[in-house]
Write a protein that binds this ligand. Structure first.
Ligand code: HEC
Length: 91
């Protein structure tokens, strides 16, 4: 193996490890947050099958879930609401 191809192998390995670690930590994008935070009390189906709502309704829903015990940071709440609003907009 030449020195150069060994460097390429090491780099490829580092990329794979980085991607794998990112996946394990749960992710901080909208879909991952809904999966990890909204699935703790009820199935995510409750969220995905909920009728489409206006942004204010999603804000209200998430606020109600927080009263029930949902724990999210301000940043996570914003990401979740953005995702729900974009994925299930009002009809
Ligand atoms: C601490 C527990 C808990 C967590 C976490 C939680 N929920 Fe809920 N959720 C409930 C309960 C209990 C209900 C049952 C209906 C009710 O009491 O309103 C419910 C019902 C719902 C419903 C169905 C109808 C409605 O509007 O009440 C939707 C939609 C919903 N949740 C969305 C979410 C979303 C989105 C998240 C994540 C951001 C989430 N939930 C996280 C407890 C929770």
């Amino acid at each position: 193996m030449t020195h150069r191809s060994r460097t390429a192998v090491v780099l490829a390995f580092l990329v794979i490890v980085t991607v794998a670690l990112g996946a394990c930590s749960g992710g901080t994008d909208g879909p991952s947050l809904v999966q990890s935070r909204c699935d703790t009390c009820h199935s995510v189906d409750w969220v995905t099958s909920a009728s489409s709502s206006a942004r204010a309704d999603w804000e209200g829903t998430v606020a109600r879930m927080e009263v029930k015990g949902l724990q999210v940071t301000d940043e996570e709440r914003a990401t979740i609401i953005d995702h729900l609003n974009a994925t299930y907009p009002p009809e």
